[in-house]
Design a protein around this ligand. Structure first.
Ligand code: THG
Length: 369
């Protein structure tokens, strides 16, 4: 496949880390929230093995924040998500589907409660800020909504704990999963969360003071030599093996949280008010007509740049493949697919055409085990 360069402009924003990762060997970008998001540093498979064994530093500044503050901020944030935030605590992160009145997914952010009247919505790739502003205007809410200057970088991998301990001391290793706290580095306090878009463990640093953040970025590479630290980015192989969903790839506004297996983050029995609540109750009663499932395909290679049809033995379309990659662990192509009812059953077989050849595959549960 021929590779094309991507044209830079103000619309496709650089991050404070761009000049660094370009010196460090980034080889591919994607775009995320109108910003550059690194997609590869050479071989995906080499990065995957390295991430599972060591530690990497990722420029994920594309995970932009939508800050909502003011008297009605909690009401607005709750209105946008089907997850009950009434018992949420300051200093915690919450993975929350954001849905519209038809229960269609708008985004699947991590929401941080900074104060009783101040929230950060750490968004996936869609313009949540416009949705939030529209709702606030329509509801006449007393809120301030804006995109603050926050540029996240992540430290991911099993050795991230030892590396971060060298800089911040033991306290940082005691933080619980999805907790956050403030840690001092070169004269600035940084919000650091135990989170990240991999299942290999690690942290995300929400950098507000760019100068100090860049010093910390450099320090991690200096101190990290003994842990074989490398630059990296969300890894397609690792994230599919770990079944971390990607908004815009695996699901979008035409899918609801039940169809995407996000049932855990839907609370219909509490008193809280959110968009799409009645619709979700109705869907719960009548049932879903499609479901996101895992698939395993007897192939060695795949490149998904649009939905690919899954066909049964009668040549009927039974679903569509939305993300896939060759997995060195399973030694097959694995993927995430939306299967139509009644085909969303484990062991359901299908055929798929990849580069004009036909391959056999099977449906399986998510996460893959
Ligand atoms: N970190 C931050 N912001 C983000 C992402 C992130 N915004 C965009 C995108 N990633 C949002 N999507 C996800 C998807 C999954 C998770 C986090 C963000 C995740 N899920 C855990 C899991 O599936 O095991 C646990 C969630 C829970 O149960 O609370 O971590 O990565 N800042």
């Amino acid at each position: 496949m021929k590779n094309y360069s991507i044209a830079r402009s103000r619309r496709l924003r650089s991050t404070p880390y761009t000049s660094r990762i370009e010196k460090q060997g980034v080889t591919a970008y994607t775009s995320y929230n109108h910003m550059l998001l690194p997609a590869a540093f050479g071989s995906l498979e080499d990065s995957y093995h390295h991430l599972k064994k060591n530690v990497q530093v990722w420029d994920v500044a594309g995970e932009r924040q939508v800050e909502v503050s003011g008297k009605d901020s909690t009401k607005l944030v709750q209105l946008m998500t089907c997850r009950d935030l009434s018992k949420s605590k300051i200093g915690r992160c919450y993975y929350c589907p954001i849905i519209d009145d038809k229960a269609g997914l708008i985004n699947d952010p991590v929401i941080l409660k900074l104060a009783d009247d101040r929230w950060w919505i750490s968004i996936a790739d869609s313009d949540v800020i416009l949705f939030a502003k529209g709702l606030a205007i329509g509801k006449k809410f007393d809120v301030k909504i804006f995109e603050p200057n926050v540029d996240i970088f992540a430290v991911q991998g099993p050795k991230s704990f030892k590396l971060m301990e060298k800089i911040f001391g033991k306290k940082i290793t005691e933080m619980k999963f999805f907790g956050f706290d403030y840690f001092e580095f070169s004269g600035s306090k940084h919000l650091i969360a135990r989170s990240g878009w991999s299942k290999q463990g690690g942290y995300e640093i929400y950098v507000e003071n760019t100068k100090s953040g860049l010093d910390l970025y450099d320090k991690l590479f200096e101190v990290g030599k003994e842990f074989d630290v490398k630059p990296g980015c969300p890894n397609l192989i690792e994230r599919i093996e770990s079944a971390l969903l990607s908004y815009g790839n695996d699901m979008d506004n035409d899918d609801n949280p039940f169809e995407c297996g996000l049932d855990k983050y839907v609370n219909l029995d509490s008193e809280v008010n959110f968009l799409g609540k009645e619709k979700l109750k109705e869907i719960k009663k009548t049932g879903i007509s499609k479901k996101l499932m895992g698939v395993v395909i007897d192939a060695k290679e795949i490149n998904v740049s649009k939905s690919m049809e899954l066909i049964n033995e009668k040549n009927l379309k039974i679903g569509e493949l939305r993300s896939a990659v060759y997995s060195p662990h399973f030694k097959k192509v694995i993927g995430i697919a939306m299967l139509d009812k009644p085909y969303y059953e484990v062991s359901q077989g299908f055929k798929i055409s990849i580069n004009y050849s036909t391959f056999e595959g099977k449906v399986c549960d998510l996460p893959f085990i």
